[in-house]
Design a protein around this ligand. Structure first.
Ligand code: PBG
Ligand code: ZN
Length: 335
């Protein structure tokens, strides 16, 4: 026998066919419940606008969104994450239109639930699309975040969405203690057992949100978000933030962005194995993958990235590619 070939070190026999390969990749399959589709909702119900920074992504008024979703629900779409955009309604210091009667999300929720009773509708909860200063919380006169006022306002908005029919409220603002305030608000209105709280628990101050902020017109007027979103190298803060949100009653956790943060995904899953973990494949990741080659290369790259997120511990991936993923899943099951 060759000096170098040791039978006990031969691994290839263990993955030499497709069935064995599947067994070697446990918990990495991508099914319809493993993806959530983020959608942008406009104030004008009949409008539809392409997003220039994100190929194949549109902003919809509710009358356009419903037919677009109908097609996807037929293909198996199980959940969406709704972002509201205002263009003519005024923005102010407290983000009053985040949950006013004219807010597009508030108006669309009953229509979405009526059109798709089985679709899980999550609402992003944040002030930045609605504040004049573009920050995710309420500010003190000095420009620093007013913690108490922010948490109070965020919980109010979350409760408004929940009362209008949201199945999940997802605060992306990163204000300390908002999970407790939201859970209390839901509990005190008897919605505690009907609405889940998906905490953007480990959200980093990333440079990969650019296309999203352009789409939402939600970039801060002055300053940045480094005093509330986590520093990209801070794995320790991410662990503490997730533990704090779990202690405050978060039902579901999130890591955002996805790909460069898979160590945080694994860390969060290991520390909180009993909480479903969401990963947000953000707009900058979408922009990169969209430009990664021809359709075929892009699809295989995308599916590999999703698989790696699952391997790292993600249960559900929030992705603008959800329509494409549903097509890939149906092609696969048609065989
Ligand atoms: C705002 C919010 C952002 C994203 C989701 N909610 C941007 C930000 O925090 O600056 C980013 C999503 C994406 O880039 O796809 N609270
Ligand atoms: Zn925000």
């Amino acid at each position: 026998m060759s000096l170098y070939l040791k039978p006990e070190h031969v691994l290839q026999g263990g993955y030499c066919n497709a069935t064995l390969r599947k067994l070697q990749e446990p918990n990495t399959s991508i099914q319809t419940h493993n993806v959530m589709y983020p959608v942008f909702l406009l104030e004008n119900d009949d409008a539809i606008q392409p997003v220039s920074s994100m190929p194949n992504v549109y902003r919809y008024g509710v009358n356009q969104l419903i037919p677009a979703l109908a097609d996807l629900v037929k293909k198996g779409l199980e959940s969406i994450l709704v972002f509201g955009i205002i263009e003519t309604l005024p923005k102010d210091a407290n983000g009053s239109h985040a949950d006013s009667d004219s807010n597009p999300v508030m108006r669309a929720l009953p229509k979405l639930k009526a059109a798709f009773p089985g679709l899980v509708v999550a609402c992003d909860v944040c002030l930045c699309p609605y504040t004049s200063h573009g920050h995710c919380g309420v500010l003190q006169p000095t420009g620093v975040i007013d913690h108490a006022a922010s948490v109070k306002r965020i919980a109010e908005v979350a409760l408004s969405y929940a009362m209008s029919g949201a199945d999940i409220v997802a605060p992306s603002d990163m204000m300390d203690n908002r999970i407790k305030a939201i859970k209390e608000a839901l509990f005190s209105t008897n919605l505690g057992n009907k609405v889940s709280v998906l905490s953007y628990s480990c959200k980093f101050a990333s440079s990969m949100y650019g296309p999203f902020r352009e789409t939402m017109k939600s970039a801060p007027l002055a300053g940045d978000r480094k005093c509330y979103q986590l520093p990209p190298g801070a794995a320790g803060l991410a662990a503490r933030a997730a533990a704090r949100d779990v202690a405050e009653g978060a039902d579901l956790l999130m890591v955002k962005p996805g790909l460069p943060y898979l160590d945080i995904v694994r860390q969060t899953k290991d520390l909180h194995p009993h909480h479903p973990l969401f990963v947000y494949q953000v707009s900058g990741e979408y922009a990169m993958i969209s430009r990664s080659g021809d359709n075929n290369e892009m699809e295989t790259t995308l599916m590999e990235m999703l698989l790696c997120m699952r391997r790292a511990g993600a249960d559900c991936i929030i992705t603008y590619f959800a329509p494409l993923v549903l097509d890939i899943i149906s092609k696969r099951t048609a065989h």
